[in-house]
Design a protein around this ligand. Structure first.
Ligand SMILES: [Zn+2]
Length: 683
């Protein structure tokens, strides 16, 4: 086969004409979407008619690679057009710091900008919110129902509905809308009856997502936006679904997780006459440059991708990386380079594939084409060496000093991670078993999960994540002393793990050892100042130990990271009430209820604030709501009785006090009050 590039025809969309209004821009990222599961990419799949319709009326790019098969790093690369080793976001959970993004550039050009996010992994605290007027990521960790925050998501239909509500108000101005749909990411949780695992679960979720996209496109059509807009449809990475032994994504760099769809639906005025499909290799780094090129805006100096509006270059090489197995499973990092139809994966056991003859990457040509592979390895090394200052995860000076005061760091602040020479391929079976252990724990099968984790830690004592998971199982089972022991052992080898510090703090807190819990939380926050769960717990400890000014400072900082934090609003409301600041308390509690309208605790506290203010009608409404949500809420019945008493409804008050005592027979104040009403002397 000749090199793909030599067949390339130059393809160019009519550029934007000066003086005309710039077109609206819509970027749709369906997380975890394998290109080859769409019928427009591969015949014979379940029909994805709505997504296909975009391709029928647009241009399909058939050979597009993700830069990193992980959600946050991939989206940061996509929206900044920079390599992860340059922008510093090489793993989930590392916030994007500074630099231009597609959103900051479009906002500066006068666009209204809004993002609607389906998964917590892209929560605003991780930095992609810069440049967006609205960044809709309402994930509330205080009601976390999953073991791993990475699994927190909201259904695509909800995300799209929020986007459409925003378009109702803003669709007539130049706008940039980023829609992120997370349903294809495990766990699959469609309504019961739908398959929940493996290929069948994935396909069921894809059918749902295709419907969500269809509804969204129909809305754009009704609003007259479908023809006017530049619509870019893509994904951040694929899904292993068992290929190469990988169930999900992030661990390896095979095409199952790197090959993503990219479909561009051009504004009608700029639609090219032909060219339904472009087969030249391209990268997700090219998304932002293409959009800016089509709408006639200059590229930021930091751009590392290129516009696909003028493809035809034959020398394109595509770099990808994953540090996941290095960061989490004691292995060497993986880096790959695609040049034409050859793909090289740099690993302790290197791999070379001819993708045109062997798309499933089943025949490693490294032994027979070592010279080609060596040359490609050299080009990877020289590309990575262009990175500004090595991105080791050394702690900041504040973090280092906090850790030193805890005895975790001595002298040097250098990262203690030693370079591993273990090939991720040699640990994939254990990695998958580790995933099974986590799934068992999520399903409540703790003992079974812990047995498997113990077997794994014996075999892989260097893998700290396994030890932390074991500690979390102990914690879940209520054995806090044993959990603390596991976390302390984890911290011996990885003192820079904010998660281990946090988990250890939770165990100490449960053991009512407030001083060491406080120190561990301070360490976690020194390492990751955006760690809101650590800050919530620290504020709670300060509240319990009556250090109210420290609690207030933490809660206010929490709001700067997460403006919709339930815990921050609720506790600031309680603090205001303690100071007799009724209007401040009312405002804060109302905000807490805005985040979580189903919080009985917040309704009850707000009800008692109204009671103190003498607004008996509002007080009753809030307290009745609290009881409706939590029918055995003794304190809400008690407060309600106080309202009835003020209204001189003695019978009602007595009934409510009896309900309080039925819910909690040890409720002393309720008993005293009831005795008083019924005329018998209090004991
Ligand atoms: Zn993802």
């Amino acid at each position: 086969m000749s090199r793909l590039g030599q067949l390339a025809v130059v393809f160019c969309v009519c550029a934007y004409v000066k003086g005309e209004p710039r077109p609206p821009v819509i970027l749709i990222s369906v997380d975890t979407l394998r290109a080859d599961y769409l019928t427009c990419y591969r015949q014979g799949r379940d029909v994805t008619s709505h997504i296909d319709s975009l391709a029928q009326n647009g241009t399909l790019f058939s050979q597009v690679s993700a830069v990193v098969p992980l959600t946050l790093p991939s989206h940061v690369a996509m929206l900044t057009s920079t390599y992860p080793f340059v922008n510093g976001v090489e793993d989930n959970g590392i916030p994007f710091g500074t630099g231009d993004t597609l959103a900051t550039v479009l906002k500066a050009a006068g666009y209204r900008t809004a993002a609607f996010v389906g998964g917590f992994v892209l929560d605003r605290r991780f930095g992609l919110s810069r440049g967006f007027d609205v960044y809709d990521s309402p994930f509330d960790l205080h009601r976390k129902t999953v073991m791993d925050a990475g699994d927190l998501k909201r259904p695509g239909a909800q995300v799209a509905a929020a986007a459409m509500r925003w378009l109702d108000q803003n669709g007539n101005s130049p706008f940039f809308l980023f829609l992120h749909v997370y349903d294809l990411h495990t766990p699959y949780n469609l309504p019961s009856g739908a398959p929940r695992r493996g290929d069948a679960g994935y396909r069921a979720e894809l059918a749902y997502v295709d419907g969500v996209v269809g509804n969204f496109l129909a809305y754009l059509e009704r609003r007259g936006l479908l023809k006017k807009s530049l619509i870019v449809f893509t994904s951040d990475h694929g899904e292993g679904l068992g290929e190469h032994g990988e169930t999900t994504h992030g661990y390896f760099l095979y095409e199952s997780t790197l090959h993503v769809p990219l479909i561009i639906h051009w504004p009608e005025a700029q639609r090219p006459a032909s060219r339904k499909q472009v087969d030249e290799p391209a990268s997700l780094l090219d998304v932002a440059p293409t959009i800016l090129d089509v709408i006639g805006l200059p590229q930021p100096a930091s751009t590392q991708g290129r516009s696909l509006n003028a493809t035809g270059a034959s020398d394109r090489e595509l770099f990808s990386e994953s540090l996941y197995a290095r960061n989490h499973f004691g292995c060497a990092p993986l880096r790959s380079l695609r040049a034409g139809h050859y793909k090289y994966i740099d690993a302790p056991t290197p791999e070379l594939y001819d993708l045109s003859a062997d798309p499933l990457e089943s025949r490693n040509l490294y032994g027979s084409q070592t010279a080609r592979a060596t040359a490609m390895r050299g080009r990877i090394a020289s590309l990575v060496s262009t990175a500004p200052a090595a991105q080791s995860r050394a702690p900041s000076p504040e973090a280092a000093s906090a850790l030193r005061s805890l005895g975790y760091l001595s002298g040097s602040t250098a990262s203690s991670r030693l370079a591993s020479h273990i090939d991720p391929k040699d640990r994939i079976i254990d990695f998958e078993r580790y995933g099974q252990a986590l799934a068992m724990a999520s399903a409540g099968r703790l003992a079974e999960s812990s047995r498997l984790l113990s077997t794994l830690i014996e075999k892989l004592p260097d893998v700290v994540d396994i030890r932390i998971s074991l500690g979390l199982n102990d914690q879940q089972a209520g054995d806090y002393a044993k959990a603390a022991q596991e976390f302390r052992r984890a911290l011996e080898s990885t003192p820079l793990s904010a998660q281990a510090h946090f988990d250890l703090a939770v165990s100490y807190f449960r053991l009512r050892r407030m001083d060491p819990a406080t120190r561990e939380l301070q360490a976690a926050l020194a390492l990751e100042p955006w760690y809101t769960r650590a800050e919530e717990l620290l504020a709670q400890i300060y509240l319990e130990t009556r250090d109210y000014s420290a609690a207030r400072a933490r809660l206010e900082h929490l709001l700067s990271i997460d403006p919709e934090s339930y815990a921050a609003h609720y506790n600031l409301g309680v603090l205001a009430a303690m100071n007799g600041d009724w209007s401040g308390a009312q405002a804060a509690l109302t905000s807490a209820l805005h985040t979580d309208p189903s919080s009985a605790e917040a309704h009850n506290t707000l009800g008692s604030v109204f009671l103190r203010r003498g607004d008996l009608q509002q007080a009753r409404a809030e307290l009745e709501q609290a009881i409706k949500i939590e029918p055995r809420f003794a304190f809400a019945y008690y407060n309600l009785a106080l309202v009835s008493k003020k209204e001189r409804k003695t019978e009602e008050a007595a009934r409510e006090l009896r309900a309080a005592l039925k819910a909690d027979p040890t409720f002393h104040a309720a008993k005293t009050e009831l005795d008083r009403i019924e005329g018998s002397p209090a004991p």
